[in-house]
Design a protein around this ligand. Structure first.
Ligand code: SF4
Length: 235
C-alpha cells in the first residue's frame, strides 16, 4: 500500500509499522523500494550508519537514488570519503546537493560567521532548504537514524510521517546499536570516514563538529556548548 504524505493517516502508518515489526533492516528497505520505487531517495550524511545503509540499499536496489547535502563546509576527510563511496558503490546514483548561496554570497547577505551568530539559519540555508527541494521531487525518503543516538530519536519508527518535509520517512536502522554498525562496516570492508578513528563519532560541518571525550554521548561533539542538538532535518 502506497502511503503518500498528503493522504496518509497516523493510523495507517501505525498499521504498516505493526506489519514491519520484527523485520530486519534489509526487509524494511525492500518494503520501501517495493512500495515507492524511484520515488524513494536516501539522504546520506556519510556517517557510519550511512555506510551500512548504502551497503544494504546497494544489495536490495542497485541504482537507487542517494543524495548527500554538500554544505561546502565538510571536512576534507568527508569529501575524500564521498569519492571512495562513489568508487565502492558504482551502481548507486549518488548526487551531491549544494545550497543556493555560495559561501561568499552567504557571508555577504548574512554576515561572515552565520554558523556562530545564527546556526539555525545557517543550517536552514545550507541543509534544510536544499533537502526540501530534493524531497519535493519524491514521495518518501530514507534516513539512518537509530533510536539510541539521542533522546530526540528514541521514538523513531520504521515508517514515519514527516511534517517538516511533507514526506514519508523510512528509518531501517532504528534498532541497531553503535557496535552493530561497526561490526557490519568491518565485516563487509566498507569505506568510512577516518575521523571516526580520531574520536569523532558523529561528523557534520567542520565549523560545528568537534571530537568527543571517552564516555560522552555520541552526538555531543555537534554544536557543542551551544545548546543546539539537531540541524533540523529530524525535528
Ligand atoms: S552544521 Fe554548522 S556550518 Fe553546517 S550548516 Fe549547520 S550551522 Fe552551518
Amino acid at each position: 500500500m502506497l502511503l503518500e504524505y498528503q493522504t496518509t493517516t497516523p493510523e495507517e502508518v501505525d498499521n504498516i509499522n505493526k506489519e514491519l515489526t520484527g523485520k530486519n533492516a534489509s526487509e524494511v528497505i525492500e518494503w520501501g523500494y517495493k512500495t515507492y520505487g524511484d520515488d524513494l531517495v536516501y539522504a546520506c550524511s556519510l556517517g557510519a550508519e550511512g555506510m551500512v545503509l548504502l551497503d544494504l540499499i546497494n544489495k536490495v536496489q542497485p541504482g537507487a537514488k542517494v543524495i548527500f547535502l554538500d554544505t561546502d563546509f565538510h571536512f576534507k576527510q568527508t569529501y575524500d570519503l564521498l569519492k571512495k563511496v562513489r568508487e565502492f558503490f558504482p551502481d548507486l546514483e549518488i548526487k551531491a546537493v549544494k545550497p543556493e548561496l555560495t559561501v561568499k554570497e552567504q557571508a555577504e547577505q548574512h554576515g561572515d560567521k552565520l554558523w556562530e551568530t545564527d546556526p539555525d539559519k545557517c543550517c536552514a540555508l545550507r541543509k534544510l532548504e536544499p533537502l526540501e527541494n530534493e524531497l519535493a521531487k519524491h514521495k518518501a525518503w530514507m534516513s539512518g537514524l537509530r533510536r539510541e543516538q539521542s533522546p530526540t530519536r528514541k521514538n523513531t519508527q520504521f515508517v514515519n510521517i514527516d511534517n517538516r518535509f511533507n514526506s514519508i520517512k523510512i528509518c531501517p536502522l532504528i534498532h541497531w546499536t553503535w557496535d552493530e554498525v561497526w561490526e557490519h562496516i568491518k565485516n563487509n570492508n566498507l569505506p568510512y570516514n577516518i575521523l571516526h578513528d580520531q574520536n569523532f563519532p558523529s561528523i557534520g560541518c567542520f565549523h560545528c563538529t568537534s571530537a568527543v571525550l571517552d564516555g560522552q554521548d555520541s552526538r555531543s561533539g555537534r554544536w557543542s556548548g551551544s545548546g543546539k542538538t539537531e540541524c533540523g532535518l529530524h525535528k
